[in-house]
Design a protein. Structure first.
Length: 239
């Protein structure tokens, strides 16, 4: 896997357009399953939250830990973390959460067996790096600011998210590559979901990013299926 800082969306470079994790506010925690392929996931899942999530009321030092619903950390523009937070057990060249890194290795090996190359364009990203990226975007292209997560709102800071590609084709065209097609079909089998699906910006607050995958464990990811239409917010019953 390779690490590069030329990104869009959750990104560092402007686009050319117009596991042991701490817990805090939780509903009913669950332990992520060990990554293992399965073909039994539904293709058209719907949001089926167990109960209304406990509101995110964190302030001050409470932001040193992420908001959680049913054991799943939620990091977004609505649910932020402080500069103090990062992967509890970072590992590998991309400094990912250890469980996420293991699942990614398994998924990458499976893709390779199918003749498909999966590379990491971005893994862990610190609060400071995200802030520099966001501030630069505000100065240089404020019209595209929705493509940038403010500091504290990026999943990359947790080590649970990766931007993936084939090492050649980037941005929206990535979805039409062999790598993009394989990931969109199989990522959920290894515990990863497409975090920002097409047409769901009103819910996620982020435009479509076919490259951004978030690890939540197979027990939950398999319920998303391969349609890539369900958002984490919908799945957890968040507004």
């Amino acid at each position: 896997m390779v690490l590069s800082l030329g990104l869009t969306g959750c990104a560092l470079t402007p686009p050319t357009v117009g596991g042991n994790r701490p817990t805090t506010v939780t509903a009913s925690p669950s332990t992520p399953a060990t990554p293992s392929p399965s073909a039994s996931a539904p293709s058209s899942p719907t949001a089926t939250p167990d109960a209304t999530p406990t509101p995110d009321t964190r302030t001050g030092k409470q932001l040193n830990k992420p908001y959680e619903v049913r054991g799943i950390p939620v990091i977004s523009k609505k649910h932020r973390i402080s500069a103090s937070y990062g992967p509890a057990d970072p590992t590998g060249p991309n400094h990912l959460d250890a469980e996420t890194a293991a699942a990614l290795a398994t998924m990458t090996a499976a893709a390779k067996a199918d003749g498909v190359t999966v590379k990491v364009k971005s893994g862990y990203r610190s609060y400071a790096v995200q802030k520099a990226s966001y501030d630069r975007a505000l100065r240089t292209q404020p019209q595209n600011i929705n493509f940038y997560a403010p500091p504290g709102a990026s999943e990359h800071q947790t080590g649970l998210a990766v931007d993936l590609w084939d090492g050649r084709v980037w941005y929206r065209a990535m979805e039409n590559t062999a790598t993009g097609k394989w990931l969109h079909k199989h990522a959920h089998e290894y515990g990863f979901i497409l975090r920002f699906p097409d047409g769901k910006e009103a819910i996620t607050g982020v435009p479509y990013e076919p490259w951004h995958f978030r690890y939540i464990g197979t027990a939950d990811a398999l319920k998303f299926g391969k349609g890539n239409r369900l958002t984490l917010e919908e799945y957890l019953g968040l507004d």
